[in-house]
Design a protein around this ligand. Structure first.
Ligand code: FCB
Length: 452
């Protein structure tokens, strides 16, 4: 049996996000976020689910910390809810909201678990959205002000910082495809949002560095390679467009190449004004790149004359017909594409270090006699980690891996209907039960590797 062994010091963890697990939406002075508004708007989230209670992690912090110890986590990636810290988006800092993260961080450190804190994982204060949100340039100083408040309180203990989670999802899924909060379908708006997210990232980097001595900072992007059905030129052109939309639109400016010109051309008049000072700020050097990746995107040339992107993704039925195995999200399972993606990022961009900040899968788990046997999830993790090991062999500077997710949680527009957790959550009782995959992951972390 071949052994997959990771380099010494490899960081092993699991990830979550505030709105997906915390609940307690009115506790201790928290303000409303755009996800409270969105999830309470009929027709936006499957089954009308909201994050009002979620996993109630806010009230179950100590038990969840102990659960992390049982699982054998070495690192934990969580996000901070901006509306708990600055309920109105700007101005008054709510120390009671910060107290929660203070207890979380101390609880992690006492248990020997390294905190990785994400500043923005999508729960924008509604008060800021009411003033234009990410579309408006004023969001940049608002974000640095919020960053200052968080880093001022936690920067003596948290030394791994992520500014944003998945700017593609925030900008395009939320403002062009309309699937996530705030639910707009306006390409120009989405491009402004993307630009301000990136500028705010660059502006926050020095704030984090000065408030967190010895700290390391990065941004997390969601990436996925494009795949075509054939190597016909039109199919390859669709793949290039997908790559521009999903990957290069963010990586190119972050690594000093500016926005990719083929995509600027596609976006045409929707493109916002961009100056050199902004591009310099976006390319502020960082310590690592966080990569979230779940699947490649299989695309074809678009059938819609008014689609500026130039490609359409294949439907789940078409993917199945083409021989792809799918998760409960309808995402194709292609481990080698995950490894190839990491190799490609390391080759094309000057990344000093990479953390896989999310990877995992949703399946229709069943509870049988109080146990959750989820061999497909274990198999998914095993095969993706083996592909990651190949990328490391090829020279990619991968320093760690975080499974998504610690526990089942509010999966955004799909509510509680999709389960990504290593730990099962019973949403009636909120009882947590580690799945079989959690036991496998425990041993993998302990041994820094596994038998394939
Ligand atoms: C990512 C998100 C994360 C989770 C996973 C499944 O896009 O960052 O919050 O929803 O997908």
């Amino acid at each position: 049996m071949p052994r997959i062994q990771f380099p010494d010091g490899f960081v092993w963890g699991a990830a979550t996000a505030s709105y997906q697990i915390e609940g307690a939406v009115h506790a201790d002075g928290r303000g409303a976020s755009i996800w409270d508004t969105f999830s309470h708007t009929p027709g936006t989230v499957l089954n009308g689910d909201t994050g009002d209670v979620a996993c109630d992690h806010y009230h179950r912090l100590d038990a969840d910390l102990d659960l992390m110890v049982d699982l054998g986590l070495r690192a934990y990636r969580f996000s901070i809810a901006w509306p708990r810290v600055v309920p109105d988006g700007t101005g008054q800092v709510n120390q009671a909201g910060l107290d929660f993260y203070d207890r979380l961080v101390d609880g992690l450190l006492e248990r020997g678990i390294t905190p990785f804190a994400t500043l923005y994982h999508w729960d924008l204060p509604q008060a800021l959205q009411d003033r234009g949100g990410w579309e408006h340039r004023d969001i940049v100083p608002a974000f640095t002000e919020y960053t200052q408040a968080v880093v001022g309180r936690l920067g003596d203990r948290v030394v791994r910082w992520i500014t944003h989670n998945e700017p593609w999802v925030v900008s395009f899924l939320g403002n062009y495809e309309g699937v996530h909060a705030p639910g707009q379908t306006d390409l120009g708006a989405a491009l402004s949002v993307a630009h301000h997210l990136l500028v705010s990232h660059g502006a926050a980097v020095p704030v984090i560095r000065s408030g967190s001595p010895g700290g390391e900072v990065g941004i997390t992007v969601n990436l996925g390679l494009g795949r075509a059905r054939t190597d016909a030129p039109a199919d390859m052109e669709a793949v290039r467009a997908l790559d521009g939309y999903a990957n290069r639109w963010f990586l190119d400016p972050l690594y000093g190449k500016g926005y990719p010109s083929d995509m600027v051309e596609r976006f045409g008049a929707a493109m916002p004004a961009v100056n050199d000072a902004d591009l310099d700020l976006i390319a502020t050097p960082t310590d690592f790149l966080g990569i979230n990746s779940y699947n490649p995107s299989v695309v074809r040339p678009t059938a819609k004359a008014d689609n500026p992107l130039g490609f359409d993704p294949l439907t789940a039925d078409e993917l199945t017909a083409a021989g792809y195995e799918l998760t409960a999200m309808g995402w194709p399972i292609v481990p080698e594409a995950f490894g190839q993606l990491i190799t490609r990022v390391a080759r094309d961009y000057e990344v000093p270090a990479i953390y896989i900040t999310e990877n995992g899968a949703a399946f229709d788990d069943e509870v049988v006699d109080g146990r959750i046997d989820d061999p497909r999830r274990t198999d998914f993790l095993r095969r993706h980690l083996a592909a990651l090991r190949v990328a490391i062999d090829e020279g990619a500077p991968v320093r760690g891996y975080f499974a998504w997710s610690l526990m089942d949680n509010f999966e955004w527009a799909l509510g509680y209907a999709r389960r990504f957790g290593l730990v099962h959550v019973d949403y009636e009782t909120l009882e947590r039960t580690p799945k079989a995959s959690a036991h496998w992951y425990h041993d993998t972390m302990a041994d820094n590797g596994f038998d394939l």
